[in-house]
Design a protein around this ligand. Structure first.
Ligand code: ADQ
Length: 484
């Protein structure tokens, strides 16, 4: 089955260098996992090409060249800057993102954003329709394009439609705040397969359908929920996304990294490194984490001089005022902690605010004695999986928020925390730092075994297998003669 993969952004970066348009691929686990599928099946990736100034034929030329170089085709959805901004900065970042992370007080339910979202969905549907051939699987990615299924179905497209949600799905009390809740829910039911990250999200979705659309028939199986709506069947399941474990593990164990590790160890002089790596985002719980670290230093003086918190933050969504405020808050907290606890030869928090290259990131992951991953809510959280994959010596301890999707798979071998509980996280930091080597080793071995097995290729295979099952059932339904 050929796959048309649809996401908000194409995995392409288009830039002008020395007067010439060039393109290169954006990195990330998802791109790595999907590219072989696209190359093998002759599929295509459809999305917005980003805010480059290349337009029309010029842009098409660059993308054509990109397709040839990469061995799979890409198609651009043309959008005006204003529409994209209202849709992406507005509808996606000011409404869906905070709401789906249970932070409804941060939402700005501006009706113009919804209007723009409708326009953008139509523009995506135009491009999908232009390229879809009978039988192609149309696989839509993530919350930004949840509504695309509804538009495609309303245009009478007969292709199998699938959707994967990378972020959490909220419980009814929160979801119901969305002014367009019925449109969104009905739209989702147009997909034949919906993948959520966790069973928690699947249960929330089923509860929302039950509460808001009680006429929809539901069948619960242990692994999935089937909905019958307007003559269509929608199968929803939990498919936790993974990483390319081997790529991280091998990268972290390279001879170049061995040398780097020795250098870093000499710099940190036997201190335990507690590592946080996050996009700048209020869902990642950075202020709570910093307060918890300060609390740990306040309550447990035995940690003074023994630990360093290395907090790496990658800039993101800098145009949104809430993100600018968060950046200032993080910087102020770091300054306060360092001002209060620094001693000659020891600065408790090292804060890096930038995108770090992969090799540097792997070095931090391998070095760190404790991975501190405390989002307030997260669809999955790949950082905790990357951290464990890079723990080639197997000595690290994972401190993990119980509200990260990853806790369903990894929680039992991590020190689990409620990220809002400052005393609890402080105690967990102490527990992790003082954990005996044998206990650390056993837990890390189990964590790594799970992450190695349930990797990104496993995720892809599970999801596509479900799509095939649903397709076979659909074919059977249409070809089996009616019983007399
Ligand atoms: P994100 O919210 O972006 O993804 P996450 O899963 O943590 O969150 O992935 C972040 C990625 O950025 C990781 O691959 C990490 O290595 C990288 N990164 C973070 N800080 C960095 C830095 N300073 N420099 C360089 N790289 C950095 C969304 C959902 C998640 C879900 C993923 C995948 O919000 O919950 O896990 O999609 O489905």
């Amino acid at each position: 089955m050929r796959t048309l993969f649809v996401s908000n952004r194409l995995p392409v970066i288009v830039e002008k260098k020395a007067g010439v348009w060039t393109s290169h691929t954006s990195s990330g686990g998802l791109v790595t996992a999907l590219v072989p599928l696209l190359k093998r099946g002759g599929g295509m990736w459809i999305g917005w090409p980003g805010p480059s100034e290349a337009q029309g034929a010029e842009l098409e030329g660059v993308l054509e060249q990109f397709s040839e170089q990469q061995g799979y085709r890409v198609a651009a959805v043309p959008l005006s800057t204003q529409d994209y901004q209202r849709f992406y900065q507005g509808y996606c970042n000011e409404i869906l993102w905070p709401l789906f992370h249970d932070l409804q007080s941060l939402c700005n339910f501006n009706p113009d954003y919804w209007t723009s979202a409708q326009k953008v969905e139509q523009a995506f549907a135009d491009v999908v329709e232009a390229h879809a051939q009978p039988g192609d699987l149309i696989w839509v990615q993530d919350y930004q394009l949840m509504g695309l299924g509804r538009v495609l179905a309303s245009r009478g497209l007969q292709n199998p439609l699938a959707f994967f949600l990378h972020i959490p799905f909220p419980p009814p009390d929160i979801f119901m705040k969305l002014p367009w809740r019925l449109d969104v829910l009905r739209g989702l039911l147009q997909y034949e397969v919906i993948g959520f990250q966790t069973r928690r999200d699947l249960a929330n979705f089923a509860d929302c359908v039950h509460k808001l659309l009680p006429e929809v028939e539901r069948r619960r199986n242990p692994e999935e929920v089937r909905f019958e709506y307007e003559g269509r069947t929608c199968a929803a399941g939990a498919f936790p996304i993974g990483i390319d474990f081997e790529e991280f593990a091998e990268g972290a164990a390279s001879p170049e990294q061995d040398a780097r590790l020795e250098e870093l160890k000499a710099i940190y002089m036997g201190r335990q490194i507690i590592l946080g790596v996050d996009r700048l985002d209020y869902t990642k719980g950075l202020p709570y984490r910093l307060r918890a670290f300060a609390r740990a230093l306040e309550k447990y003086p035995e940690l003074h001089g023994r630990v360093t918190l290395l907090q790496v933050v990658v800039p993101s969504r800098e145009a949104v005022p809430q993100y600018q405020k968060l950046k200032a808050e993080v910087e102020q907290l770091v300054a306060q902690i360092n001002g209060r606890f620094t001693q000659p030869g020891w600065v408790p928090v090292h804060h890096l605010f930038r995108h770090v290259e992969r090799t540097e990131l792997l070095a931090w992951y391998r070095l760190a004695d404790v991975g501190l991953v405390t989002p307030l809510k997260d669809g999955m959280n790949l950082v905790c999986k990357e951290y464990c994959a890079c723990q080639v010596e197997g000595n690290g301890v994972l401190v993990l928020s119980e509200f990260a999707g990853a806790s369903e798979q990894l929680g039992k071998w991590a020190v689990e925390v409620n990220p809002y509980d400052i005393d609890g996280v402080a105690a967990a930091i102490r527990e992790a730092v003082l954990m005996p080597p044998e206990t650390r080793r056993i837990a890390m071995e189990r964590l790594r075994a799970n992450i190695r097995e349930e990797n990104v290729y496993w995720w892809l295979e599970q999801f596509l297998a479900e799509c095939r099952v649903i397709q076979e059932e659909r074919t059977e339904r249409f070809t089996t003669p009616l019983a007399r």
